[in-house]
Write a new protein. Structure first.
Length: 179
């Protein structure tokens, strides 16, 4: 598991820098631990792999003040596990009543429920950046406009890794000026 943790640490460190994430911004992470181990999504979840991934994610995001949002699987409509502090900071978020477990929510979401200080589940979020490990489809939880980020690490274990940052919408016509 140390190899997977090292891959996640390197990838999330690079993404935070590339996306220029600031304290109190949100990083959404979707993950199929089945895909990480080389199996088909949703078939062989691994709590050990999930724990290694979550530990690596938190080792980078906690010191940076970045809020993690861990996406559940499709059985929970891709709801998200966040910290209670995130819910209080982003007042538009609404808590829902469900407890993700490995077979209904996914191994990473179940680990987040066990390891977060004050875990709560919300139905949706508008994150500033995201990591998708194993093609779990995180796009619905990113703010418009999502911009792909090509990371040096393209896989976590056997799973494809996709990353994105977001930027403000460009509005106006041909005379508009942008930063």
């Amino acid at each position: 598991m140390t190899g997977i943790g090292a891959q996640v640490t390197a990838a999330v460190t690079e993404l935070l820098q590339a996306a220029n994430l600031q304290r109190d911004q949100i990083l959404v992470v979707g993950c199929s631990t089945s895909e990480v181990t080389g199996a088909t999504i949703g078939t062989q979840g691994s709590e050990a792999v999930a724990e290694a991934i979550l530990t690596a994610l938190r080792s980078v995001t906690l010191p940076s003040g970045i809020h993690l949002a861990i996406q559940c699987c499709e059985h929970l409509n891709r709801a998200l596990v966040i910290e209670g502090a995130t819910l209080r900071l982003y007042r538009e978020l609404e808590e829902v009543a469900v407890r993700p477990v490995a077979k209904a929510g996914g191994s990473l979401a179940a680990q987040a429920m066990s390891h977060f200080e004050e875990p709560v589940v919300v139905e949706s979020i508008r994150a500033h950046a995201g990591m998708d490990i194993g093609e779990t489809l995180i796009g619905m939880h990113l703010r418009p406009v999502a911009v792909p980020v090509r990371l040096a690490i393209r896989q976590i274990g056997e799973a494809r890794l996709t990353a994105a940052r977001t930027r403000p919408k460009l509005i106006g016509g041909e005379r508009a000026c942008y930063r």
